[in-house]
Design a binder for this molecule. Structure first.
Ligand code: NBP
Length: 482
């Protein structure tokens, strides 16, 4: 009997996905560039299963049922192109190549188009959830050639995580690089969620002088509220974890955050598309700032250590902090969905935002109860332009407003950096202000560069230039795009 699917790449993700597919009754053919790893896998974790090995790409292709489905779980970038180049001459029209790595979506756009000309279908799929997700149920976000989806759907939906209602956390996202785009936004949102939690931690630790056991209890309690999520849950575990000397391990970890680039890509795309994705972008910058460790140590000495004590009833502050965190999180997701909406419009992807929320509901790092509410919001209004306008989320934003402002103001007053929570509030203040001071900005642009402006008392699309000083001419610059 031939194999149902081939997987290339026997590192942590590939091996675990293969074992997961095997558990669900699929016969998988496994290949890896370094073929010793095929033997190690077959004699190790895959021993006693139906998984078979292939020591060359030709052998892999020969062992697969038509149309062949070959999934790459290798390092993103040139390695994917190199495997595609080697596979194409061995494949037949209608065969399917799937890239399950963390690929930047323009690469997937390009690969879908190039392979289409050769009659090969290509799927670029985000896979989230790390090692455990891959083994027991990841969130899977596939996009690319729609013709390929019916062949891949049963396998992907079988191995994916399931919601509490047994819905698969995997569905077709859209054409071209839509799957990888949505995975990129997922990762950006993950940056935001993590940064928000760290800001709450610093407020509790430095501002309220709380012990790690106290903070752990707070996160355990928060996990029983609307903040219920994987990241809040692991944060409570981390805060309670003691090193061998009985002290909290977290305080022994160097405070410089790493990053692999997907948060940065999200920010870059937001800038390219003109979407104010402030919270995620602040989270990326917070990681950049954290990496300037030596400079920060010098600067603290130069400026003097801040006394950031927050006075007042601790319990009242903790509840205010919870509300500020929740409200900020709503803004982060609202901005992420604005970005997806813009990308969907620009690329004609026709994204289903409720389905995206459902795909993130389980199996991935940002899984949370909250995503069910997002799904509900898009069920009510599939074209919702701002998540915060949905009545459930609007209610939370309004109820949290006073506490959120208190926390933001206090953080500024005592010098606790909370870039994500404060920028989220600033965003909402801007978004809910009908008239912003961009009129003055336009006047400045016209003053120094003759960039023209539109008037509130004239139809949009009519452009005016004023000779502000009486010295300039009447010639204007090219019309601007807003
Ligand atoms: P890695 O990203 O570490 O990639 C390892 C695989 O790439 C091995 O099969 C390796 O073959 C192959 N490879 C490399 Br590296 N260079 C190669 C080359 N020049 N030619 C051919 N093959 C080459 O594996 P991973 O951590 O399992 O991740 C796989 C994909 O999934 C990546 O895109 C990753 O970003 C993504 N992802 C990872 C996670 C996670 O938690 N790790 C989560 C979600 C997504 P070799 O054995 O011969 O060196």
């Amino acid at each position: 009997m031939k194999g149902d699917i081939g997987v290339i790449g026997l590192a942590v993700m590939g091996q675990n996905l293969i074992l997961n597919m095997n558990d669900h009754g699929y016969k998988v053919v496994a290949h890896n560039r370094t073929t010793e790893k095929v033997d190690e896998f077959l004699q190790g974790p895959a021993k006693g299963t139906n998984i078979v090995g292939a020591y060359s790409l030709q052998e892999l292709v020969d062992k697969l049922e038509s149309p062949r489905k070959i999934m790459l779980m290798v390092r993103a970038g040139d390695v994917v192109d190199s495997f595609i180049d080697k596979l194409v001459p061995l494949l037949d029209k209608g065969d399917i190549i799937i890239d399950g790595g963390n690929t930047n979506f323009p690469d997937t756009n390009r690969r879908v188009a190039t392979l289409k000309e050769k009659g090969i279908h290509f799927i670029g799929s985000g896979v989230s959830g790390g090692e455990e997700g891959a083994r027991f149920g990841p969130s899977i976000m596939p996009g690319g050639s729609p013709e390929a989806w019916p062949f891949v759907k049963p396998i992907f939906q079988a191995i994916s995580a399931k919601t509490e209602n047994n819905e698969p956390c995997c569905d077709w996202v859209g054409n071209d690089g839509a799957g990888h785009f949505v995975k990129m936004v997922h990762n950006g949102i993950e940056y935001g969620d993590m940064q928000l939690i760290t800001e709450a931690y610093q407020f509790m630790k430095d501002g309220l002088g709380m012990t790690h056991d106290e903070m752990q209890s707070v996160f355990i309690e928060w996990n029983k509220t609307e903040l219920n999520s994987y990241l809040v849950e692991i944060t409570s575990d981390i805060l309670g974890y003691k090193d061998t000397d009985g002290e909290p391990l977290v305080e022994k970890i160097l405070d410089t955050a790493g990053q692999k680039g997907t948060g940065k890509w999200t920010g870059i795309n937001a800038l390219d598309m003109g979407i104010p994705l402030t919270l995620i972008t602040e989270s990326v910058f917070a990681r950049c700032l954290s990496s300037l460790k030596d400079q920060r140590v010098e600067a603290e000495e130069l400026f003097g250590k801040k006394e950031s004590i927050v006075e007042g009833d601790k319990q009242v502050w903790i509840e205010a902090l919870r509300q500020a965190l929740l409200a900020s999180k709503i803004i982060s997701y609202a901005q992420g969905f604005m970005l997806m909406r813009e990308a969907s419009n620009e690329n004609g992807w026709d994204l289903n935002y409720g389905n995206v929320a459902l795909m993130w509901r389980g199996g991935c790092i940002i899984r949370s109860a909250f995503l069910s509410n997002i799904r509900d919001a898009y069920d009510i209004d599939p074209e919702l332009s701002f998540l915060g306008s949905d009545s459930y989320f609007k209610g939370i934003l309004e109820n949290s407003m006073s506490a959120w402002r208190k926390v933001a103001a206090k953080s500024m007053e005592v010098g606790i950096p909370m870039p994500s929570m404060t920028s989220a509030l600033t965003f909402l203040d801007g978004y809910t202000t009908a008239r912003l001071p961009a009129n003055l900005l336009q006047a400045q642009r016209d003053y120094f560069g003759a960039h023209t402006y539109e008037r509130v008392d004239k139809p949009k699309g009519e452009f005016f230039h004023t000779n502000w000083t009486g010295k300039g001419g009447d010639v204007s610059s090219t019309t601007y795009n807003s």
